[in-house]
Write a protein that binds this ligand. Structure first.
Ligand SMILES: [Zn+2]
Length: 239
């Protein structure tokens, strides 16, 4: 879940593969699209340092209707269904942490994109919404007010703001309140030696997700437009 940058980046890369008319919505509603690329992850940030009930709802979210948000959520869905099997296998094998690994992968992508130094980048600025956008997004979840969703998105941006702060001691102390879960947001300066060997394999999974995105996006567009049932590729839940 800390992989906010990976999801944003993937979303920007597949924008042109989104079928019309949804592409226009995604391009015009940039903020809604950007936050949508995070899927239900913002709910995790209701209280980012401890598990909570709203966080859990992220795993049950359904009945999505907002077009830009819906196609954007496909970004999070496809990327994670390609990368998570690998991430889960790697972290189950050793004393590795899912979130720490995803933070390292974000660092790797930022470096690849020439955004240097990765640990001080302000990609979190892409994660904000107007009041109307918050209402649109919140309506896609059960029992979630626009206010609560806005709180989650602000926290999402704030956590990444703190994590990429120049004041590393302050960031470490604040995020450390959440123990390992909190500290996982903090990128290392340079590759994280515990996880960096997994960057390339995860990037391969990322590239595979890019390759099959257009077919999936077309399928989702047909489902939204004409109610064509979704194929088995959509069976896995967000996770
Ligand atoms: Zn993950």
């Amino acid at each position: 879940m800390p992989s906010a940058y990976a999801h944003l980046r993937f979303g920007w890369e597949v924008l042109s593969a989104i079928p019309t008319p949804y592409r226009a919505a995604a391009k015009n509603l940039t903020q809604l699209y950007n936050v949508g690329t995070q899927g239900p992850d913002p709910l995790f940030y209701y209280n980012p340092l401890v598990e909570n009930a709203v966080d859990k709802q992220g795993q049950r979210c359904h009945a999505m209707t907002g077009k830009a948000f819906f196609e954007a959520a496909l970004v999070r869905y496809r990327l994670d269904s390609h990368c998570h099997p690998l991430i889960n296998a790697a972290t189950e094998e050793a004393d590795l942490d899912h979130m720490e690994l995803e933070t390292e992968f974000d660092r790797f992508l930022l470096q690849k994109d020439g955004k240097l130094p990765p640990h001080l980048q302000d990609y979190y600025k892409s994660l904000r919404m107007t009041r109307g956008e918050r209402a649109t997004a919140a309506a896609l979840y059960e029992d979630l007010s626009p206010r609560a969703f806005g709180w989650c998105v602000r926290n999402l941006a704030n956590v990444h703001h703190v994590a990429t702060s120049r004041n590393r001691r302050f960031a470490k102390r604040l995020l450390g309140l959440g123990g390992r879960r909190g500290r996982a947001f903090l990128m290392t300066v340079g590759p994280n030696h515990m996880y960096a060997h997994l960057d390339e394999p995860i990037f391969e999974a990322y590239s595979a997700a890019l390759a099959d995105f257009p077919a999936l996006a077309a399928q989702l567009a047909d489902a939204l437009k004409d109610g064509v049932p979704l194929g088995p590729e959509f069976d896995p839940t967000f996770g």
